[in-house]
Write a protein of this length. Structure first.
Length: 293
């Protein structure tokens, strides 16, 4: 007689989840990077987390510019620059312009495992970076997110970023993203380009012509910020010649009389009707007066 068989499922291990992910752990002893759960589980863009994980895995001194990151990732400059801005706003990334001992100005990037964290002392490592500047959550509208926080000297008389910019020129610049989504400008960039666009408007070039000038035949991939590309086009394209001023018609100028043939001497003279010229009128008129006397 055969042994009885059971169709019942085997009992699951105690504590094992019945759904969701199940991790297969492997203890790594080399070539790994430690990332906080706050960063790895951050809500929002997956590109931002991927860029942060990649920067955290790089050794000190590796280039992390937008161009260098675009060479590694398949995303374009817009998504990469947006990810860097999000990391800066969250406090994980800081880009500073520093002056070298030779007088050159360069941009140094600091990446923090914990926003505002203090690095561990390492006598054999690079010098400790300066403490990060305190960050305030922006409360201005989205169009002025990139505006710098006013200092103590500016706190009494705050001025908007675009206060001195021509609103028509700014409107032309901010509308460029509708034609090419890559042409996203910050408030400072729009204010910096506005005088050149205002000069075009003053020269008689309409917004449609300016938009076509700035967006036609753009490269497939930018090697610089979109604002730099637009500034180059505005700088290198000559202004059109001003329209010719129409001549004002002469006021009160008499119309030219037609030529007539004198009935006395057959000379040509100008008069509204046929008859005698002035010389014949004077001569014949005098003779008539003497004959009448």
């Amino acid at each position: 007689m055969a042994d009885p068989q059971s169709n019942a499922r085997l009992r699951a291990d105690a504590g094992a989840p019945t759904s969701g992910v199940i991790h297969v752990r492997t203890r790594l002893t080399a070539d790994f990077t430690v990332i906080s759960n706050a960063l790895a589980q951050r809500r929002g863009s997956a590109v931002t987390i991927g860029v942060a994980a990649y920067i955290a895995s790089l050794p000190d001194g590796s280039p992390v510019s937008i161009a260098a990151l675009c060479e590694h990732f398949s995303e374009g400059e817009i998504l990469i620059s947006r990810a860097l801005r999000e990391l800066e706003a969250a406090g994980y990334l800081e880009r500073r312009r520093e002056r070298t001992p030779t007088g050159q100005v360069r941009t140094r990037t600091y990446f923090y495992d914990v926003p505002g964290g203090i690095p561990d002392p390492d006598p054999d490592g690079p010098p400790e970076p300066p403490k990060p500047r305190p960050r305030k959550r922006p409360t201005v509208p989205a169009a002025r997110e990139a505006a710098p926080v006013p200092g103590p000297a500016q706190a009494e008389n705050p001025a908007p970023v675009l206060a001195d910019a021509d609103p028509k020129a700014v409107a032309v610049l901010t509308a460029l993203r509708r034609v090419d989504p890559r042409l996203v400008l910050s408030a400072q960039e729009a204010a910096r380009l506005a005088p050149a666009v205002a000069e075009w408007l003053a020269a008689g070039v309409g917004p449609r012509e300016i938009t076509e000038l700035l967006t036609v035949r753009l490269p497939d991939r930018f090697r610089a910020r979109p604002a730099s590309v637009l500034a180059f086009r505005l700088r290198e394209t000559p202004l059109p010649a001003p329209p010719a001023i129409p001549l004002t018609p002469s006021v009160g100028r008499p119309a030219a009389l037609p030529f007539q043939t004198c009935d006395g001497c057959e000379r040509a003279f100008r008069a509204p009707e046929p008859g005698y010229c002035r010389g014949c009128r004077d001569r014949f008129g005098g003779e008539r007066l003497r004959a009448a006397g």
